[in-house]
Design a binder for this molecule. Structure first.
Ligand SMILES: [Zn+2]
Length: 422
């Protein structure tokens, strides 16, 4: 979830104004003429400018969407889309070719979806761009995800955990053995948290290993292993080998199959702290997901110590934060526990936040510590309702409670709460 240093990026000047080529501003035929006459910036320059704009505005995604007559380019901010520019449809293919070539994809293949990545450097900020293509009736739609590679591992204290969440998480981390899961949606900052957690455990007396399909950061203090994508050296193979090298802590990038899951659980039961990240929509739902994957209820119940679930929300821009009187409808959407508060915060939009009212992101969390009662229920493969009941009985607070506190404190808005959690 590394956030770009927007201030530094804003200093990079644009080579030209993209908006001048918008079909809404300029007659399509005129642009097309300029394009044919070679008077438009090259496709390369256009792509560079679009990426630069996305960086300056702190966007997380770029979408190139050809429609019948236009190539609409929109920027995504963690799921919220905003139009950047609509260019004439004619140049869509040229831009697609540039992007596909950069990402090492087959530029001639237009009928199948492809996935790739490339890296860039802007003012010392290392950027990782993941691209995926989707053949549509109007041409290839391309989505890009921008990831900055932080040049340092975050401290767990600076990741937006509330005091009580942080305390619960630290308790889980300081256990010498057990399976600790860090869950959340895709690009929800799970890896950042997992690395920060490993970093917290980093002492010379410990043997720390990390097995990941996609290594996002190079760690100084851990042995990193990348399984091969062709199955000749799988995550399970890597885990088995690591277990012969006296590990104290193992980070398993992602548990995707029963074999890996059972090995991780067995390792966690027999003296290793195993941390794994997992896609999931809530903490409790992770348990049935793992059981459905085929992990033995016995191993899971014996090894799991906790689940830290997180999601990212946009923070209100400090440059334009203002108080306002929330409507009764808004307060209702926020749910119980607002203690009669009616004054909330929002950003009215300024230069610093490109008029969005938001700048940077923070995480909202729920931390589930596995009680003995929950352990029994996991072993019995009890339904989610039962798990939920037991969790709340043992003092579990869900992500809505944490998000609500962050709204009350003016870190984020009611609108963002509703967007993220419904
Ligand atoms: Zn602002």
């Amino acid at each position: 979830m590394a956030i770009m240093k927007t201030e530094e990026l804003k200093k990079i000047p644009s080579k030209f104004n993209l908006e001048q080529f918008d079909v809404a501003v300029f007659a399509k035929d005129r642009i097309r003429e300029m394009f044919r006459a070679g008077k438009l910036p090259t496709a390369d320059a256009m792509v560079d400018e679009v990426i630069l704009r996305a960086l300056k505005e702190g966007a997380s995604d770029i979408h190139f969407e050809p429609t019948e007559h236009e190539l609409r380019i929109r920027l995504g901010y963690e799921g919220v889309m905003k139009k950047l520019v609509s260019l004439p449809r004619d140049i869509s293919e040229n831009l697609a070719n540039v992007l596909k070539t950069k990402a090492g994809l087959n530029a001639f293949e237009k009928k199948k979806s492809q996935e790739g990545r490339f890296t860039m450097n802007y003012m010392g900020i290392h950027l990782d761009l993941r691209i995926s293509t989707l053949p549509t009736v109007s041409g290839e739609r391309i989505a890009m995800r921008l990831l900055t590679k932080a040049n340092h591992i975050s401290n767990i204290e600076e990741l937006g955990f509330s005091e009580s969440s942080l305390e619960k998480l630290k308790k889980l981390l300081y256990r010498p053995t057990g399976l600790l899961l860090i869950t959340g949606p895709a690009s929800g900052g799970k890896t950042t948290t997992a690395y920060a957690a490993l970093n917290k455990l980093n002492v010379p007396e410990k043997n720390i290993f990390a097995v990941e399909q996609l290594i996002e950061f190079k760690l100084e203090f851990a042995t990193q292993v990348q399984p091969s994508s062709d199955k000749s050296f799988s995550t399970a193979d890597a885990l088995r080998s690591i277990l012969r090298q006296s590990p104290n802590v193992i980070l398993v990038g992602d548990i995707r199959d029963a074999e890996t899951g059972n090995l991780a659980a067995e390792a966690a039961f027999t003296g290793t702290l195993v941390i794994s990240t997992l896609l999931s929509s809530d903490a409790i739902g992770t348990i049935p997901r793992l059981l459905n994957l085929g992990i033995s209820p016995y191993w899971l119940a014996s090894s799991i110590v906790g689940i830290a679930h997180q999601q990212l929300v946009r923070k209100i821009c400090d440059g334009c934060k203002e108080e306002y009187q929330a409507t009764s409808e808004e307060i209702e959407r926020l749910g119980a526990g607002t203690w009669g508060q009616t004054i909330y915060f929002r950003g009215k939009g300024c230069d610093q936040c490109s008029g969005t009212g938001y700048r940077d992101r923070t995480a909202i969390h729920e931390i589930l510590s596995i009680s003995d009662q929950l352990r029994d229920l996991i072993y019995e493969q009890a339904p989610s309702v039962k798990l939920k009941e037991a969790a709340f009985n043992s003092g579990f607070e869900d992500i809505r409670a944490d998000a609500r506190n962050k709204v009350n404190e003016g870190i984020t808005t009611i609108a963002e709460f509703v967007r993220a959690l419904g």
